[in-house]
Design a protein around this ligand. Structure first.
Ligand SMILES: Cc1cc2nc3c(=O)[nH]c(=O)nc-3n(C[C@H](O)[C@H](O)[C@H](O)COP(=O)(O)OP(=O)(O)OC[C@H]3O[C@@H](n4cnc5c(N)ncnc54)[C@H](O)[C@@H]3O)c2cc1C
Length: 385
């Protein structure tokens, strides 16, 4: 599908009923399990199976492959509701959605079978783009794929690959023709158990229930049938969809943080009155309310622009603006919540330090603050490099 021929999803979904279903799923499947996953920095595989059973994997995938054929607006609702319970487990479905779309839109029968297995909860996907020397600058990636007969030989290192050590299949972006710059790259659907593929977990302070990995490819042989037609251009389009989902993630998280801070400010007494009676604290919470409402408008505006079928080049400004605003807002809301918690805020007796720690990753993934500002400046016609 070209950038200008994008699918317009059906607009007949009862979104309130859908939201309610997602909320109940998060209460049932995320709330009881995220704390242990966080403590152990281990992804609970059974959560993927539960999400698949609930129909929350493959929301955007075509019905012919077992998907729900819904829009980005529904995906955002699902992520927002799950992120209210935990912002990390919430994005498991996001990664499945972006990787699954690459397989569905740029693959053939072999890849479509992987999509079916993914939607059935039998094939967990990861997306491997970032490298030690190619973070924001994806074009600088060094992993190579060299053709040998009916196989490709992969060599290189990927870093920060969420679920890299947990997945069954990872979509790896590699250089297939070093003379063609960004046009000489392809994705490969690599079985994690392929000889020559090794993973090691990168320990992080945040995002712990969804661990990230270093993935090493050393003479890893992948059949030609596992190569997708997609490369750099497709992942740039995919990042735009991911940015809407990431905005939904932090919109959900900031609501939980604000609700906690509001309750605490009403209950915690100092100098014979609730701390929320002090204007300085009350103003933080009033600002938090505005941040939530503005983030909601921005996120769903970007989602609806995506679902309008408009060419990606025409929605980039809305998407990057939403991602930038919401990731800045969640930082304000969670830092203020932590401040309102006082000394107790940084203890394990209150949940707010964990909320603030998790939000620290908001400005980094899928294009940092600076990368979004750079995109926005270019969209405004500025000759920004
Ligand atoms: C928890 C987590 C999960 C992740 N999951 C995945 C995953 O599943 N798959 C995957 O492929 N990747 C993943 N990533 C990688 C993520 O996309 C990168 O971390 C991100 O692209 C930034 O790259 P970097 O960390 O190398 O930072 P760098 O690119 O080194 O940036 C460092 C700093 O320099 C700034 N900077 C860079 N370039 C410019 C510029 N031109 N102008 C101004 N400032 C600039 C950045 O904004 C940032 O503040 C994940 C990362 C994290 C932290």
């Amino acid at each position: 599908m070209s950038q200008t021929e994008r699918r317009v999803p059906p607009n007949n979904v009862d979104r309130e009923a859908f939201r309610d279903m997602c909320r109940k799923f998060a209460e049932r499947e995320i709330k009881p399990r995220w704390q242990q996953a966080d403590r152990e920095a281990r992804f609970p595989r059974e959560f993927f199976v539960a999400a698949a059973k609930a129909g929350l994997i493959g929301l955007h995938a075509p019905e012919a492959m077992g998907g729900a054929d819904l829009g980005v607006t529904e995906e955002a609702i699902s992520i927002e509701e799950q992120a209210k319970a935990n912002p990390n487990l919430a994005i498991m479905a996001l990664i499945q959605g972006v990787a699954g779309s690459l397989l569905a839109e740029h693959g053939h029968a072999v890849h479509h079978d992987l999509v079916r297995a993914n939607i059935a909860g039998e094939c967990l996907l990861a997306l491997a783009v970032t490298e030690p020397e190619a973070g924001s600058d994806v074009q600088n990636l060094k992993t190579t794929a060299t053709r040998q007969g009916d196989e490709w030989v992969l060599d290189g290192i990927k870093s920060f690959i969420t679920l890299g050590g947990d997945c069954d299949t990872m979509l790896v972006l590699a250089r297939t023709d070093p003379t063609q710059g960004r046009h000489g790259m392809h994705f490969f659907a690599v079985d994690r158990n392929t000889p020559g593929v090794e993973t090691s977990q990168i320990k992080t302070y945040a995002n712990r229930p969804l661990p990230t990995y270093r993935v090493m490819f050393n003479n890893a042989r992948v059949p030609e049938s596992r190569r997708l037609t997609a490369g750099f251009g497709a992942i740039m389009a995919g990042f735009n969809r991911e940015r809407v989902m990431v905005a939904a993630r932090w919109l959900g998280h900031m609501q939980t943080a604000l609700a906690w801070a509001l309750d605490y400010a009403k209950v915690r007494q100092q100098f014979g009155k609730p701390i929320g009676a002090n204007q300085s604290i009350a103003f933080m919470l009033a600002q938090g309310h505005v941040d939530v409402e503005a983030s909601r408008l921005y996120t769903y505006h970007a989602a609806q622009r995506w679902d309008s079928g408009a060419a990606i080049k025409d929605i980039i400004l809305d998407v990057s603006s939403a991602k930038l605003f919401v990731t800045q807002a969640v930082y304000r809301v969670t830092q203020n919540a932590l401040h309102i918690g006082g000394g107790w805020g940084i203890t394990e007796e209150l949940p707010v330090m964990r909320m603030a720690l998790d939000a620290l990753v908001a400005p980094v993934t899928v294009g940092s603050y600076e990368i979004q500002l750079r995109v926005i400046a270019k969209q405004l016609g500025l000759p920004c490099d």
